[in-house]
Design a protein around this ligand. Structure first.
Ligand code: FAD
Length: 369
């Protein structure tokens, strides 16, 4: 049986970030992925680092997002040097448009608590916005500009992590599916896969929307569920908006590849990943309400992914009580790309018996039991 320090189940952005951080600490991990690396929720991600735009209230998730967002600049440099891959970090900010009087009030309130928390925010009235971008948008009730909410390209980021971790000794096995855990008393000592068993001192469940299913194999009740997201890629040869534009649920993210990413639906459809005309149609009409010219752009493609949801909207990060050597990092829902750097760091700290730099009690695995 091949032996590793750690077996990581799931080759999405979370599993790969944990592998990279473990490798930097000198541990040898194997990442097993039942399909291709990054081929599930990660490939569908818009790449927004929305530590402010995605958070409606202060709390542990907001704090975690701010910490994680701050890691990207150094990570970009570090990964470029190790892997040669550019994660395409764009720092032009995110504009959150107010679409009603109520929306405006709630955004002004958000501006207040985020500013009080030391985060940069700017308020633009509709007239100011028109001075900046002309008639690009329909009429608004003003907009909250968040200059520090950046973006990356999801698959470039994944490739950079895989390549860098690989250079540091991590083994990545695609088309390798976990089918069970190997236990010795109340300790995990390895995993069973369709390609044979692997011995390990620890295992991490980072299987995205499938983490509940994987958890059951260890007798663990892990309430992670799939939330389907559909999005559209339009050709966007001359960027008319330098920044990401966001309203309730719908957003447009200009990519350096010349695409405009228009996302995303939120659907409870189990594990079904069918792209539906209804979903795409709703997305387009919502986008056209924000930016009327969007319908004239060329069609480039569409993406579908299953976000790993959790009942309270928080990820599960930590060790499984009563089962030594088993860890969970899942349930990152709409913000797994944003949260992947800090997740990788704190999970590596936990696994190597260091005190995590973040209080992980709000994210503990047993909190909903
Ligand atoms: C449309 C859309 C837009 C999004 N936009 C953003 C955004 O702008 N910013 C942001 O931060 N986040 C965004 N997200 C969310 C983000 O993509 C996810 O939170 C993140 O990708 C989750 O990563 P993960 O590694 O947990 O899951 P995944 O990427 O789904 O990876 C889990 C992996 O585990 C594998 N697996 C499952 N079971 C097994 C098994 N038994 N054995 C082996 N492997 C297994 C799966 O095949 C999968 O590849 C978006 C998501 C969607 C769908």
């Amino acid at each position: 049986m091949q032996g590793y320090d750690v077996c990581i189940v799931g080759g999405g952005i979370i599993g790969c970030s944990i592998a990279y951080n473990l490798a930097k600490r000198g541990l040898r991990s194997v990442v097993i992925e039942k399909n291709a690396l990054g081929s599930e929720s990660t490939q569908a991600g818009a790449g927004m680092l929305g530590a402010q735009v995605e958070m409606e209230k202060p709390g542990a998730l907001f704090d975690l997002g701010i910490l994680s967002r701050a890691l990207f600049r150094d990570l970009q440099q570090e990964l470029k040097e190790l892997s040669g891959v550019d994660i395409e970090l764009q720092t032009s900010g995110i504009l959150r448009l107010a679409v009603s009087e109520e929306d405006r009030r709630s955004l002004l309130d958000r501006r207040e608590w985020q500013s009080a928390a030391g985060q940069k925010t700017e308020w633009l009235e509709d007239d100011d916005l028109r001075k900046e971008v002309g008639d690009l948008f329909g009429s608004t009730y003003g907009a909250l500009f968040l200059p520090k909410d950046h973006q990356i390209r999801a698959m470039a980021f994944l490739r950079a992590l895989v390549s860098a971790a690989g250079r540091l000794g991590t083994v990545f096995l695609e088309h390798t599916e976990l089918i069970g855990f190997v236990r010795k008393g109340d300790r995990i000592v390895g995993i069973e896969t369709n390609n044979g068993p692997f011995a390990a001192d620890a295992a991490v469940i980072a299987a995205g929307a499938w983490s509940g299913i994987v958890g059951k194999m260890a007798g663990l009740e892990l309430p992670v569920f799939p939330v389907k997201g559909q999005s559209i890629l339009a050709d966007f040869p001359t960027p008319v908006t330098p920044f990401t534009v966001f309203t309730h649920g719908t957003y447009m993210v200009p990519k350096v590849t010349g695409h405009l990413y228009i996302g995303a639906t939120m659907e409870m459809a189990g594990f079904d990943k069918t792209a539906t005309l209804q979903g795409l149609n709703r997305l387009l009409s919502d986008a056209a309400r924000i930016m009327p010219s969007v319908g004239k752009l060329g069609w480039s493609g569409n993406l579908v992914g299953l976000r790993p949801g959790s009942q309270d909207g928080l990820p599960f990060l930590g060790q499984v009580p009563g089962l030594d050597g088993l860890y969970v990092a899942s349930g990152h829902f709409r913000n797994g790309l944003l949260l992947s750097p800090i997740t990788g760091v704190v999970m590596a700290e936990l696994i190597t018996s260091c005190t995590p730099r973040v209080d992980l009690s709000p994210f503990r695995v047993s909190r909903l039991w």
